[in-house]
Design a protein around this ligand. Sequence first.
Ligand SMILES: Cc1cc2nc3c(=O)[nH]c(=O)nc-3n(C[C@H](O)[C@H](O)[C@H](O)COP(=O)(O)O)c2cc1C
Length: 189
Amino acid sequence: MNLAEVNASAWAELESAAADPQSAFRYLNLCSVDAGGRPQARMVVLRRVDVARRILEIHTDVRSPKWQEISANPRVTMLGFGPQPKVQLRLQGSAELHGPASECATEAWSLLPRSTRSTYMGGPPSDDIGERPASEGRIADADGQAFFGMLIFRAETLDWFQLRHADNRRAVFAYDHLGALTSSRWVNP
Ligand SMILES: Cc1cc2nc3c(=O)[nH]c(=O)nc-3n(C[C@H](O)[C@H](O)[C@H](O)COP(=O)(O)O)c2cc1C
């Protein structure tokens, strides 16, 4: 593969992962930095990809620590790994947060199945639940929507790494604000 093909294949993998629950890139590691400067990482589901604009869409609870962290510092990394072939995708960029009243979160909520909606109906993420049974404390569907937020990640760089027997390969790509490829190069792995 040449550089253009590596870039295209990485984005094609991400695009198909958003539609395919079996894809390795369906689950990505979203990394942010908290107020104390500590790195924070967690898995998220890749919901939608806009290849032309280099955008990845994630759903989350606006009461979660990550929402606070990313409001204060929108610079984040998304990390993924596909085992066949062994490819790591490390995307750096910034995240925009769209709260429950936004048009995009309202639309995404309207498309969610009831089972997924119910994950927003519990108490605030990270709060102790004590002895309370899981079903208690659930609130109405409409209220779950009040906690549903959309994170829109825009990639500025992609660091592609393929692990091979002897000759690992690595390439780095950069994109402008509209998503156009502005540089691509092979680097030492
Ligand atoms: C496979 C998997 C997928 C997950 N997907 C999401 C997701 O799409 N959005 C989300 O907010 N949390 C998701 N989580 C939970 C997060 O990893 C994390 O534990 C939670 O959101 C709290 O993160 P925070 O305390 O850093 O805000 C997922 C967890 C796993 C194991």
